[in-house]
Design a protein around this ligand. Structure first.
Ligand SMILES: [Zn+2]
Length: 441
């Protein structure tokens, strides 16, 4: 990306004036960041992964637990008992420096490949620079990544250092070990910086220290653990700040930041006073934390049981309502239609009778696979529903309109007509008068 404004142009120009990463810085990184390996080549033989030197070492168990020292190059080595013949490592380290009134963090990637029996080979390249601007924004100058997404170690090493739009990957790789000799602008020293980033990412630390007076307060109060926590989780600082101030006032140093933050959240949950030193500065933080966690778990279990109990009651209630509704339907149906219940039309073969209850509508609908029950025919005031049967076998279901005394429909299984259809229609028609008599009775 070409520099787009005066500030970017200035930073690009300054970047070109930075001296290359020094041999001394790289040597420090080799020694400090890498794991140095000795391979077990034969039963009592070790090979130094750094210089390739091979020597006899009879103390297998001690080697494995404590590591060994190369008699040739003097490196402290971790003993690798696995069969793998190569061992690749890739790390980032940063150099914190200044340039013409700007604070810069330079990020270098270092790789080592050690092959069993050979001296390790090394490679390093500066991949990014983070420049902090007076307004707190960071301008990043970096190489291209070969794969633009997740893989932090895939860089296009020959690509130019250019201004690049922000990507989380720059923050991820910036959170690395820093070369011990650090140069910072004098403003940081005024704000309490004494050379240590207290395990925070240097770029995040420097940004926060410049623009968040709370971070400055924490640094000056020696609250280094919680400082590092808040540098990386700034959004949690606001809600905890009053409690932190109580700790500072009482000279209580927070040693385990995430444990303490969890503990404060639990205090809040239980409506305890999070501005009372008695609560926020516990002598045994772990014990108090665990006590509240146990309390919270018991509370959750109680809530769960309560939810289950309520659901059970609701289910019983629903069941009861359903039953009541059914009884009410039965009552209404009997009230409307009971005067027709004993009417029976028969021609010696067919027997036609009014359905006697809502339950019978259900059974008729289920047996005949039609909707006489589902569509609430039992609620229709002006309809009379009959079942035509031969013996116990259901033949057709008949709906008669009490308004017009016409047969609305007569249908068999799945709403089909049967060969008795006309016979059924005629039998009902012959008996219409008896229905009318019941109506006027
Ligand atoms: Zn060696």
């Amino acid at each position: 990306m070409k520099p787009r404004n005066a500030q970017q142009k200035q930073i690009m120009a300054l970047s070109k004036r930075l001296k290359p990463i020094t041999e001394k810085q790289v040597a420090w990184a080799y020694n400090h960041c890498f794991e140095h390996i000795a391979y077990r080549t034969a039963k009592n033989t070790l090979t130094c992964g750094d210089c390739g030197h091979t020597w006899k070492s009879p103390t297998t168990l001690v080697d494995t637990i404590c590591g060994s020292t190369c008699p040739h190059c003097g490196k402290e080595l971790k003993v690798n008992n696995t069969r793998s013949r190569t061992f690749k490592q890739c790390y980032y380290f940063c150099v914190v420096t200044t340039c013409k009134g700007f604070q810069v963090v330079r990020i270098v990637m270092i790789k080592s490949t050690s092959k069993k029996g050979n001296a390790a080979t090394y490679f390093y390249r500066e991949v990014a620079q983070r420049w902090i601007m007076p307004d707190g924004k960071v301008i990043t100058i970096a190489r291209l990544r070969a794969m633009a997404f997740v893989y932090a170690d895939l860089w296009s090493f020959d690509s130019p250092m250019e201004i690049r739009p922000h990507h989380d990957i720059y923050d991820i790789i910036s959170n690395c070990e820093h070369y011990p000799r650090v140069r910072v602008l004098s403003i940081y020293k005024r704000n309490g910086f004494k050379g240590s980033f207290h395990n925070a990412s240097p770029i995040k630390f420097l940004q926060s220290l410049l623009f968040d007076s709370k971070i400055e307060t924490l640094l000056k109060a020696g609250q280094h653990t919680i400082l590092s926590h808040f540098v990386h989780n700034p959004y949690t600082l606001g809600s905890k700040w009053n409690s932190v101030k109580i700790c500072i006032r009482n000279g209580y140093i927070i040693k385990d930041a995430s444990l303490w933050c969890d503990y404060i959240d639990l205090l809040k949950h239980f409506h305890k006073d999070t501005q009372n030193a008695k609560f926020v500065c516990p002598t045994d933080l772990r014990a108090e934390h665990d006590r509240l966690v146990a309390m919270r778990n018991r509370q959750r279990e109680r809530q769960q049981r309560e939810r289950e109990r309520r659901r059970e009651i609701e289910e019983q209630e629903a069941e009861r309502k359903k039953l009541e509704q059914m009884q009410e339907n039965e009552r209404l149906y009997a009230e409307m239609k009971s005067k027709f219940f004993d009417l029976v039309f028969s021609d010696g073969v067919l027997r036609i009778q009014v359905l006697q209850s809502v339950q019978e509508f259900y059974e008729e609908g289920k047996a005949m696979r039609h909707c006489v029950f589902t569509n609430d025919y039992f609620k229709k005031k002006d309809s009379l529903v009959f079942s035509a049967r031969i013996g116990d076998e259901r033949i057709e279901t008949i709906e008669l309109s009490l308004e017009t005394m016409q047969i609305v429909q007569s249908r068999g299984v799945c709403n089909e007509y049967t060969r008795y259809h006309n016979q059924i229609i005629n039998l009902v028609k012959q008996n219409i008068r008896r229905v009318q008599q019941r109506m006027s009775a």
